[in-house]
Design a protein around this ligand. Structure first.
Ligand SMILES: NC(=O)c1ccc[n+]([C@@H]2O[C@H](COP(=O)([O-])OP(=O)(O)OC[C@H]3O[C@@H](n4cnc5c(N)ncnc54)[C@H](O)[C@@H]3O)[C@@H](O)[C@H]2O)c1
Length: 249
């Protein structure tokens, strides 16, 4: 994407303090956007960062209105904040199901809902949700996490239908396993981190983890006015994990 694709546009990126979200923030800024970070965990050195937990509707509404005022409107929302969960359906209790859905699904709803009045004022309105390979492929011990991402993929379609005639496009990206602090924590907690990393690399048909910058480029495309005829789409950034069946080497 050439510099300037987002000149004059304003974005909110949730979970923008780390990993994929931080890469999206950097990409959109390089391309000319003014970007507000919404994260529950923000350090003082982050530019235009708002301490917002996506489970807290009142803080989200206040944050969205502050961004619209401070940055001059809202054109783009990237719903990226998310948390993981491991286990089969037997291994997480009701409270954990509600907690993870509250962040990964209702969190995206709350932020988009608060931003809609501002997006309707934009000539280049777009929402991009961070979904996952776990929405479309069965992975061991990811029942709860995968269910939240399946919900995000369907929500993307429902919202794309509801808001198309208001001029708002809604798409999602579906990363494979991406090399972020999240995966770093997962590897650190494994009995043999090097073996776990090798197994995750091998699960990707292209033999390595996805780079956060690669996901950010896909988000930037979908958020950009250049994707003006693209809505309701799930763009895989997974090294072929969803669609390809390679023979073993
Ligand atoms: N890393 C992967 O392999 C991978 C693969 C597919 C999809 N994803 C998705 O990408 C997104 C980002 O993941 P990442 O790997 O960059 O993780 P990360 O842990 O590096 O970053 C997530 C960010 O979200 C923030 N966050 C978490 N809960 C929040 C809340 N309640 N309110 C506000 N902010 C909150 C965290 O503080 C953090 O800054 C998630 O939605 C995740 O499900 C990740």
């Amino acid at each position: 994407m050439s510099a300037g694709a987002f000149d004059g546009l304003t974005a909110i990126v949730t979970g923008g303090a780390s990993g994929i979200g931080a890469a999206v923030v950097a990409r959109l800024r390089v391309d000319g956007a003014r970007v507000a970070i919404f994260d529950r965990d923000v350090s003082d050195d982050l530019e235009d960062a708002y301490r917002v937990d996506v489970t807290d509707d009142a803080t989200i509404r206040a944050g969205v209105d502050a961004v619209a005022r401070d940055l001059g409107g809202i054109d783009i929302v990237v719903n990226n904040a998310g948390i993981g969960a491991q286990g089969t359906i037997e291994e997480n209790d009701d409270d954990e199901w509600h907690r993870v859905f509250d962040v990964n699904v209702v969190g995206a709803v709350r932020v988009a809902r608060a931003a809609l009045p501002h997006l309707r004022q934009s000539q280049a309105a777009a929402i991009v949700n961070t979904c996952s390979i776990a929405a479309t492929a069965g992975l061991p011990a990811r029942a709860l996490y995968g269910a939240t991402k399946g919900a995000i993929q369907s929500l993307t379609l429902q919202m794309a239908a509801d808001h198309l005639r208001e001029g708002i496009r809604v798409n999602c990206v579906n990363p494979g396993t991406a090399d972020t602090p999240w995966i770093g924590r997962l590897l650190d907690s494994a009995p043999d981190p090097a073996a776990e990393r090798a197994a995750l690399n091998a699960r990707q048909p292209h033999g390595r983890l996805v780079r956060p910058e690669e996901v950010a480029d896909a988000v930037a495309y979908l958020a950009s006015p250049r994707a003006g005829s693209t809505t309701g789409v799930a763009l895989a950034v997974d090294g072929g994990m969803q669609g390809l069946r390679l023979r073993p080497e």
